[in-house]
Write a protein that binds this ligand. Structure first.
Ligand SMILES: C[S@@+](CC[C@H](N)C(=O)[O-])C[C@H]1O[C@@H](n2cnc3c(N)ncnc32)[C@H](O)[C@@H]1O
Length: 268
C-alpha cells in the first residue's frame, strides 16, 4: 500500500475469500436495500462504482430481469476477475472512481456500496458519480456508521486495535470514516447532488464461528498481507472473547452492524 489513504486492494486469492465468505456474511445483506433505495428498474442504465466482486451489480441485474445495462467498475483487477467469472453477462470495467471512464449523463442510477470511505478523493469521486448520472438521475451510496455507534464491531475492533500495529490502524479507521451524517451530507452537496432520502439501518453480520469471523476479517481484507502468524493467534483469542456476547447457539456469531443509505438526485 502506498499513500496515506487505505484503498482496500486485494490479490485475486483474497478476492475469492471475499466473495466466498465476506459477501454472504455481510455485503449481500445490504445490496438489496441499496438497490431498492435507488429505485433500480428494468430498462435502466446502472453503474456500480467500486463493485468489488459485484454483489450490488448482480442484485441490480437480477431486479432488472435482463432488461437494461449494468456496469460494475473497480480499481482492483482481482475483484473484477472474480466478478467476471460469476457473471459474464454483466459489463465489468477497471477504473478509478475519481476519473470514471464514461460520458456525462450515461447512467440513470449510480450505486456505491461500502467503498466511498476508501477513495483518496472522496469529494472528487462523488462529483464523478454526479457527472455520469443523467439529469434527474439517482446516486445512491452506502457507508458504515461511526465506530462509536457500532455495538458489536466496536468490541471486535478494540481487540484489533490492541493487537495489530499501525499497519492495521489505517484500515480500521477507514471503515468508519464516513459515519457522520453531517460530513456525508456536505460531500453530496459539494458534488452538486440533492439528497432525497437518508436511512440508517442495522444489519446483521453472520459468521459460522468466531474463528471464521476473524479469518474472514483478515484473509478477505488487505490485512492478510500485513500481519504475522503470532499476531493472528493473539488477535483470534482477544476477538473471540470480544465476540462472546454476540455468539449464539452452536458457536455462530451474529454481529449488529449499522450503516447509512443516502439517495440523491442530480438536478436537471
Ligand atoms: C469493501 S470493498 C466493497 C466492494 C463492493 N462494493 C461490495 O459491496 O462488496 C471496497 C472496494 O473499493 C474498491 N476501490 C477502492 N478505491 C477505489 C477507487 N479509487 N476506484 C474504484 N474502486 C476502488 C476496492 O478495490 C474494493 O473492491
Amino acid at each position: 500500500m502506498t499513500g496515506s489513504v487505505e484503498t482496500f486492494q486485494l490479490s485475486v486469492e483474497a478476492a475469492e475469500v471475499y466473495e466466498a465468505n465476506f459477501v454472504p456474511a455481510l455485503f449481500a445483506d445490504w445490496a438489496p436495500h441499496l438497490v431498492e433505495a435507488a429505485g433500480v428498474a428494468p430498462g435502466q442504465a446502472v453503474l456500480d462504482v467500486a463493485c468489488g466482486t459485484g454483489v450490488v451489480a448482480r442484485t441490480a441485474a437480477d431486479r432488472m430481469g435482463g432488461q437494461g445495462r449494468v456496469v460494475g467498475l473497480d480499481l482492483n483487477q482481482g475483484m473484477l476477475t472474480v466478478a467476471g467469472r460469476l457473471r459474464p453477462d454483466i459489463e465489468w470495467r477497471q477504473g478509478d472512481a475519481a476519473d470514471l471512464p464514461f460520458e456525462p449523463g450515461s447512467f440513470d442510477v449510480v450505486l456505491c456500496q461500502a467503498a466511498l470511505m476508501f477513495f483518496p478523493d472522496r469529494a472528487g469521486s462523488l462529483r464523478e458519480m454526479a457527472r455520469v448520472a443523467r439529469a434527474g438521475g439517482t446516486v445512491a451510496v452506502q457507508v458504515w456508521d461511526r465506530l462509536e455507534a457500532q455495538e458489536g464491531y466496536g468490541a471486535m475492533y478494540d481487540a484489533f486495535a490492541r493487537h495489530l500495529g499501525p499497519e492495521a490502524a489505517q484500515l480500521e479507521s477507514a471503515y468508519w470514516a464516513l459515519g457522520d451524517l453531517g460530513l456525508l451530507g456536505s460531500l453530496f452537496e459539494a458534488a452538486g447532488l440533492e439528497v432525497t432520502a437518508t436511512r440508517t439501518r442495522v444489519g446483521t453480520v453472520r459468521f459460522p464461528s468466531a474463528t471464521d469471523a476473524i479469518a474472514t476479517e483478515i484473509e478477505a481484507t488487505p490485512l492478510a498481507e500485513r500481519i504475522s502468524e503470532d499476531t493472528y493467534d493473539r488477535l483470534l483469542a482477544a476477538a473471540t472473547e470480544a465476540m462472546r456476547p454476540f455468539t449464539v447457539d452452536g458457536g455462530r456469531v451474529e454481529l449488529p452492524l449499522k450503516g447509512h443509505l443516502v439517495t440523491a438526485t442530480r438536478p436537471a
